[in-house]
Design a binder for this molecule. Sequence first.
Ligand SMILES: *Cc1c(COP(=O)(O)O)cnc(C)c1O
Length: 460
Amino acid sequence: MRYISTRGKVSPISFSKAVMMGLATDGGLLIPEQIPRVDADQLRRWAQLSFQELAVEVMTPFLTEGEAVTGQLPELVRRAFATFTHPEITPVTRAGAFWILELFHGPTLAFKDVALQFLGHLFEFLLQEEQGTLNILGATSGDTGSAAIHGVRGRAGIQVFIIHPHGRVSPIQERQMTTVLDANVHNIAIRGSFDDGQNIVKELFNDLPFKQTYRLGAVNSINWARILAQIVYFFHAWGRVSGGDPARRVVFSVPTGNFGDIFAGYMALRMGLPVERLVLATNRNDILTRFMESGTYRIGTVQPTISPSMDIQISSNFERYLYFLLDADADAVGAAMQQLQGTGEFSVSEAKRRAAAEIFAACRVGEEETVQRIRRTWEQEGVLVDPHTAVGLEAAQPFPGAISLATAHAAKFGAAVRQAVGHEPPLPPSLVGLMDQPTRCRILDPDPGAVRAFMREVLD
Ligand SMILES: *Cc1c(COP(=O)(O)O)cnc(C)c1O
């Protein structure tokens, strides 16, 4: 397999190069040149496999023949998922008429662990191969930062710098980051907002001499390896629910922000997984729902909600889907993205909009409906769900039998759960005692110069 850019200006590169490149050098996103196909016999066989065995089967066709990572894949997968506390890794449970795909059994109790635990080991291996080092820099409003830190803690050849707004992330999220004392983990709390943090990261990535000297890398959801790892659990959940019967088509409901998770579901569908619909569930930050309804992708302003990990107005992975929707016309994708940058919107034809809406059933879920869904799921099924999961479950209501993705553990968003049901969820073991553990964090002014100086101090 080789990888190309959605904007068509990168000559095909290998899997390893695609992982290390992150964002394509022409500003597009990297995608596989072809989508591997799975037949009915494979589906039957795959339904019998453990998560780890299945991961190797699903990922192998996406690797590049002859690269060393191919032989190492089973070991990377074994290590990546050894940190999960459930033997099934991503178990499927029942809640009334629905299935719940539990993606929160990793170290930070959110689905991003599935991809980032894998990416940490993959980066480490690729860096050993090339005898290189990588310095990851990112800004977080909470979830991504902690999953990234837990993904690369203790990995050789990697240092990670994560900026969060001082005092403006939840106490659990803060401690999940600052209690990680590994020598390669550097937490920075800035006296400012999340946007200040993002602007600092942007500025340092635009400082090309700095970026090259220190080989800065990113871990956001544009990295192809993150999508790849997430494809696995769509196959896994289908196998558990269908018993491996290729005639059994299922609906997945996916709470969505950056279109990453649901794009992995779309890839699974294109590979031949029997998927009937993908329910695209957004909170009131509904750019994706509006696109599916109108054919126009228009940027609005971000509104804070109780499902903050989906408070997003530009869905970076959407460009990958747009490429397939526009029949692999990279020039058309480039033109749409240029228009988006200039005018804040672009549109597709009514025929294309309809084609998209046949696959994606889009649904916007308001705050009150989210709280109600948490309450009903508790009262009727005895299951506590977090607000992101509740958005997916609410959107799934017209599709009984759907598999609804649970993207975070309820205890991670305890305040919202208490608002809905009157009590907080019991703490899972990884959160017990978290508030009493020692922490390490540097507090800095919201100034690129201060962050640059701190990074030099650590790295020189
Ligand atoms: C990141 C996140 C999402 C959204 O996932 P995308 O891949 O950005 O669509 C949903 N729920 C939780 C808990 C998250 O952390």
